[in-house]
Design a protein around this ligand. Structure first.
Ligand SMILES: C[S@@+](CC[C@H](N)C(=O)[O-])C[C@H]1O[C@@H](n2cnc3c(N)ncnc32)[C@H](O)[C@@H]1O
Length: 278
């Protein structure tokens, strides 16, 4: 009986001590959070870097990204009525870079339903200048073309049907970019290494200093190797491997890590490139 009473007393003391410790931990975390919340400065680079370096955040991010892709998450959205095959986080970042750099021309490979063309065109319209979007796709489906041409923002959009890596397409794009500045390029067509590398060679020279070269679906490199059974790209053969090879050949572009770090969920890790030289 006495031993049991002693055991109960020890257990009670242990629990009390434990709850004092966990209460003080909770209090400390609460204070830290309150300090963070009191800082209303937008875009705190230190916090962004700390968040991205947090292994728990990275693990949760990878888990959510891969799981959401099982459900074709990137197909869930529209921009001003047109389906757009992007993550909402990337759409926000595209908005930020277009608004900051005010391109006169945005060249986009990969039109699909036209949502990304409409996104770019809507921002150019709000900016109010003479900015235009030039979309290129190997296969512009008639119903997509019709819907894009009927859209209120069609006046800002030009389209070329053809492979983005064909010489004749590249000639037309170069002609359209002649004398334009700033020029921004977004690559989102065929995601094989060979194709993206060729697109980089053809279109990166058109990007003007201070503007952006966005290479989408670099995330393929981080994904489950079985994620694309019916596609020619995969781990080791994708936009990121192309970007790595391309960056060895030029010093005109700098990789921006802050954008992908703040987005967490992005299809373009290692694909946000800023042009730093003429
Ligand atoms: C991922 S979708 C583009 C999505 C679009 N940018 C958006 O955000 O909604 C890829 C598109 O690339 C096109 N494509 C595939 N190979 C191509 C090539 N060689 N040249 C140009 N476009 C190509 C496909 O027809 C498809 O419409």
């Amino acid at each position: 009986m006495e031993t049991r009473l002693k055991w109960y007393a020890e257990l009670r003391n242990g629990m009390r001590n434990q709850s004092v410790v966990s209460r003080s931990n909770r209090m400390r975390r609460k204070m830290e959070r309150m300090k963070l919340m009191a800082n209303h400065d937008p875009l705190d680079s230190e916090q962004i870097a700390a968040m991205a370096a947090d292994p728990q955040v990275q693990e949760l991010k990878r888990g959510l990204f891969n799981k959401a892709c099982d459900y074709r998450y990137s197909y869930n959205f529209k921009w001003l009525g047109r389906p757009i095959i992007q993550f909402p986080q990337d759409m926000v970042a595209i908005q930020e870079v277009i608004w900051d750099t005010k391109p006169q021309l945005i060249i986009e490979t990969g039109i699909a339903h036209g949502g990304s063309l409409i996104l770019s065109a809507s921002l150019l319209e709000l900016l109010g200048g003479d900015g235009r979007v030039l979309g290129i796709d190997i296969d512009i489906r008639p119903h997509n073309r019709k819907a894009i041409e009927a859209h209120p923002l069609a006046k800002r959009i030009d389209m070329i049907e053809g492979s983005s890596t064909d010489d004749s397409t590249a000639d037309q794009v170069r002609a359209a970019a002649e004398g334009k500045s700033p020029v921004m390029v977004i690559l989102d067509s065929n995601h094989t290494h060979e194709h993206v590398l060729r697109e980089l060679q053809l279109y990166a020279p058109l990007v003007t200093k201070g503007c952006w070269l966005l290479v989408f679906d670099t995330v393929v490199e981080e994904m489950d190797p079985d994620a694309f059974p019916d596609r020619p790209w995969g781990v080791g053969d994708n936009p990121l491997t192309a970007v790595h090879e391309f960056l060895k050949t030029t010093d005109r572009f700098e990789l921006d890590r802050e954008i992908e770090n703040k987005l967490l969920l992005t299809v373009a890790p290692g694909g946000w490139l800023r042009c730093v030289k003429d």
